[in-house]
Design a binder for this molecule. Structure first.
Ligand SMILES: Nc1ncnc2c1ncn2[C@@H]1O[C@H](COP(=O)(O)OP(=O)(O)OP(=O)(O)O)[C@@H](O)[C@H]1O
Ligand SMILES: [Mg+2]
Length: 258
């Protein structure tokens, strides 16, 4: 585990070589809203097929970081996905490069049915025949969605809506999946199931995942690397196992027990 002041890029580099190079590279990323500066020089690297957890207290800038990665918030600095610069691109262009974003609050279209929401997730795709196969793939991960496919998204339970939001992002066939607080408002059992499915997606499709979570324990369970964000800066980076092992250190940064 390393304090970021000790590392060159503001993030741990361990894992890069183990995981076949850095798939996602973020260097000196600054972002905010108008005059409000939120991120102050974020640096991190995520290996291909890795799960990276972003932890930190409320208001630390976790959501803003994901928004900057997917182009919803304009950032200054470097964001590269598999060597391609993402900085300065529109959210649509970033999605077309294979970045699926499941935003805080899920972003499902409530009056539309489950299947209509999933089909919307495939909007960047031209291979219409394959879209049906991908619907089946999503229903494989989330069988409950198949049994609700004609139901309005707004009438789903919280857990089902989160599954739908992730399913919709999967319809893009993302190379990178950004998940913002998937456990928010969900019962522990549902959350655990959801994280199990995220792990399956990662293992079966080699999808690289960046997950923002308040529930540090769960996130550290599935993640390889983790970074703790505090007032727009990464203050702690390391392997998830080491951060978990040193609960006291993590707690002093996070402000809560993990
Ligand atoms: N649309 C916005 N306009 C102006 N300021 C914003 C906006 N969204 C977020 N902020 C500010 O940016 C800072 C970081 O917010 P952000 O939502 O990224 O934090 P977070 O780590 O995701 O917090 P939480 O754990 O509560 O979700 C906060 O001070 C917040 O008030
Ligand atoms: Mg947030």
């Amino acid at each position: 585990m390393s304090r970021t002041e000790d590392t060159e890029q503001g993030g741990s580099r361990t894992g890069d070589t183990e995981h076949g190079g850095s798939f996602l590279v973020v260097e000196d990323l600054h972002a905010g809203y108008g005059d409000v500066r939120v991120l102050h020089g974020i640096g991190l690297r995520v290996g291909r097929g890795e799960i990276c957890a972003i932890l930190g207290p409320n208001g630390a800038g976790k959501t803003t970081l994901l928004r900057a990665l997917c182009g919803m918030v304009r950032g200054r600095g470097t964001v590269r996905l598999d060597g391609t610069a993402l900085t300065g691109r529109s959210p649509d262009a970033v999605a077309r490069l294979g970045v699926g974003h499941v935003p805080e609050g899920r972003g499902t279209f409530m009056p539309l049915t489950v299947e209509e929401n999933l089909r919307l997730g495939a909007y960047t795709r031209r291979d219409r025949a394959a879209v049906q196969a991908d619907l089946d793939r999503v229903y494989g991960y989330f069988p409950v969605l198949k049994s609700r496919l004609g139901q309005a998204a707004g009438s789903l339970s919280g857990g089902e809506q989160q599954m739908l939001a992730i399913g919709r992002a999967l319809m893009l066939r993302p190379r990178l999946l950004l998940l913002d607080e998937p456990s928010l408002g969900l019962a522990p059992l549902v959350t655990r199931e959801l994280f199990g499915i995220v792990r399956s997606i990662n293992e079966e499709e080699r999808t690289t995942v960046v997950v923002v979570e308040q529930n540090a324990h769960l996130a550290l369970d599935i993640a390889g690397q983790a970074h703790v964000l505090e007032t727009g800066r990464i203050v702690l980076s390391g392997s998830a196992a080491r951060i978990r092992a040193d609960e006291q250190v993590a707690q002093s940064y996070l402000g809560y027990r993990i």
